[in-house]
Design a protein around this ligand. Structure first.
Ligand SMILES: [Zn+2]
Length: 289
């Protein structure tokens, strides 16, 4: 594989940078070959080991004249792949300021960082955005998405892109136009939630019990595994907005880890599209669940 780092020097934003790498790659066979890409972009060494205390490390200097990546394998192959892409992002975004004398050291929280703010957080957010845009570019993601939202699509993404299911669910929510959210839980306790901007506020925090009127709760209580179909949750099960209808679908693993996809029907509340040319609302008139 031959890639030209010089061509990437003028690209500073994570999304355009990942797209510029893909433009050089041309058509790729999934999963995206992240270690080969890193090597072709002057990362001389990539080591994947079981590590304690941090997820990834990039050994480099301010001018990026050298580059070596160390990624933690303890949390699985999917996480390690993401970490390699994240560290490559720090390497290619030369405005990122080293976190130590020998480069960057990134912890698990950094890999989840999605807020804008202080420089460190901003750099981590940018490295994460580069990583997901490199590993799961939208044009390729579109190839696995069904007409309507479906957690099975995220599982197919996981398998095709060699991503974690969590990253796949987040990517699906990021890409789809519908107001969506995901609630991750373990044994009926909330771990965390992610939602698209248009989704109403979910008054649940880490450690809370899943709402007892939800399908997700029943799935956990009955130790069901696999995917449910979408189900119309009773009013204010998930949000404090009685006028918003919520449809929910859960995937539960035998370990008790589950993810619930929430789909909000904002029709009553949002600015009506007078010409009715909005495929999302049209679909909700005739639910295909
Ligand atoms: Zn980082």
């Amino acid at each position: 594989m031959s890639l030209d780092r010089i061509d990437l020097l003028d690209v500073h934003q994570p999304g355009p940078l990942a797209r510029a790498v893909h433009a050089q790659l041309g058509e790729v066979v999934l999963p995206v070959p992240v270690t080969e890409i890193a090597r072709a972009l002057d990362i001389s060494e990539i080591r994947i080991h079981d590590l304690d205390g941090f997820e990834g490390m990039l050994l480099t200097d301010r001018r990026r004249s050298v580059g070596a990546i160390l990624a933690n394998n303890k949390n699985g192959r999917h996480r390690a792949r993401f970490t390699v892409a994240h560290e490559l992002g720090h390497f290619l975004m030369e405005h990122h300021v080293l976190s130590g004398e020998t480069g960057f050291q990134c912890c698990a929280n950094d890999m989840r960082e999605t807020r804008e703010g202080r420089r460190h957080q901003k750099q981590e957010t940018e490295a994460n955005q580069f990583a997901i845009d490199l590993l799961a570019p939208f044009p390729l993601v579109d190839g696995v998405l069904s007409t309507d939202p479906d957690l099975r699509d995220a599982q197919r993404m996981r398998d095709a892109f060699d991503l974690s299911l969590e990253a796949s669910v987040r990517r699906m929510i990021e890409r789809r136009p519908e107001p969506l959210a995901a609630v991750w839980s373990k044994d009926a306790q909330v771990r965390y939630t992610v939602s698209s901007d248009s989704f109403p506020y979910i008054p649940l925090k880490k450690g809370d019990r899943l709402p007892q009127t939800s399908q997700a709760f029943h799935v956990q209580a009955n130790n069901k595994t696999g995917f449910t179909e979408f189900w119309n949750a009773p009013t204010i099960t998930w949000t404090n907005r009685p006028e918003v209808e919520i449809f929910e679908q859960t995937r539960r693993a035998p370990s008790g880890f589950a993810v619930t996809l929430l789909w909000a029907d904002m029709t009553e509340d949002s600015d009506e599209d007078e010409d009715g040319d909005d495929p999302y609302h049209r679909e909700l008139d005739m639910p295909g669940f």
